[in-house]
Ligand binder design. Structure first.
Ligand code: G3H
Ligand code: 13P
Ligand code: ZN
Length: 313
């Protein structure tokens, strides 16, 4: 199956109350692990590539790895630019076969965000490419957008209708308490998402697909094991899976996960090295990382996203 855009995926996900996982990829092993998981679980998926991943691996390497994986496995998949920071980057990604782009104008004033988003939508529209943008600001570090906690802003539901109407955007990332990275909630803070905001948005824009960034759950067992290996991430805390399940049953159609992949990969490599001190063939530890990615994605599909057996035949 060729790469698809996300419009039909989201329509079905919205109607059937599940979400599509959007996983960040940066090398062959992440692409292969995700593709294998989706093949086994017959789940649709979004491979997403950040500007940082493009800087690391190159846009053509990553785009072609995804295309080959999709071709080989026959999965239903989209290739998406994550946190696109300029019109030019969106254009370059589209020229390289991406089927969906995010233009992240969340750090701009409302009117400027509308202007930039509309420019990308106008360009993408007749090319059958979906466009995601962001309204409100997540805490933490977003690739090129750094947002200190005191400046984070929950999405204002009143602005959503105007934003969607004026831009014609296909989906919208909102801020309801998630954040990027592994420290989403302070050590003494109980994880909390603003479901009241999500409900209001759902009422204001019925049928419109919402995106949740910063949606890693930061598994406690993985953190414990990583701490034993000396990885300095004490206090790490993510979004509880039950909250993501609840969001997926509402208007959230896309759930972004990167940090959980990073944690699983790091643990798999550390474990492999500790258990096999005599081995130094990179295929050993990269292979273990690829298996860990596959397991993690399968678990997300089954326990969080609800997209098991939802792919188009
Ligand atoms: O939202 C950010 C993603 O986790 C990508 O992170 O910019 O380090 O590739 P990155
Ligand atoms: P996490 O850091 O929670 O995995 O979020 C990833 C993300 O939002 C990518 O855009
Ligand atoms: Zn993000």
């Amino acid at each position: 199956m060729p790469l698809v855009n996300t419009k039909f995926m989201f329509k079905k996900a919205y109607a059937e109350h599940y979400a599509i996982g959007a996983f960040n990829v940066c090398n062959m092993e992440t692409v292969q692990g995700i593709a294998e998981a989706c093949k086994q679980a017959q789940s649709p998926i979004i491979f997403q590539v950040s500007p940082g991943a493009q800087k690391y691996a190159g846009i053509k390497y990553l785009a072609n790895l995804v295309k080959i994986a999709v071709d080989k496995t026959g999965i239903e998949a989209a290739l998406h630019l994550d946190h696109g920071n300029s019109f030019e980057l969106c254009k370059t990604c589209i020229e390289n076969g991406f089927t969906s782009v995010m233009i992240d104008g969340s750090s701009l004033e409302f009117d400027k965000n509308i202007e930039l988003t509309k420019k990308v939508v106008d360009y993408a529209r007749n090319k059958n490419i979906s466009v995601e943008s962001e309204l409100g600001r997540l805490q933490g570090v977003e690739d090129h957008v750094e947002c200190p906690n005191e400046h984070s802003l929950f999405t204002d539901p009143e602005q959503v209708k105007e934003f969607v109407e004026k831009t014609g955007v296909d989906s919208l990332a909102i801020a309801i308490g998630t954040s990027h990275g592994v420290n989403k909630f302070g050590p003494d803070t109980v994880p909390d998402l603003k479901f009241d905001i999500l409900k209001k948005i759902e009422k204001i824009a019925p049928g419109f697909p919402i995106v949740l960034h910063g949606a890693s759950s930061v598994n406690k067992n993985i953190i414990q094991e990583l701490l034993k290996f000396g990885v300095n991430i004490s206090g790490a805390k993510g979004v509880p899976e039950e909250m993501l399940c609840k969001a997926a049953k509402m208007s959230v159609c896309k759930i972004n996960i990167d940090s959980d992949l990073r944690l699983a990969i790091t643990l798999a490599i550390k474990k492999f090295m500790a258990e096999n001190p005599e081995k130094f063939d990179p295929r050993g530890y990269f292979g273990a990382a690829r298996e860990a990615v596959c397991e993690l994605v399968k678990n997300k599909i089954l326990n969080v996203l609800g997209s098991f057996k939802k792919s188009e035949p």
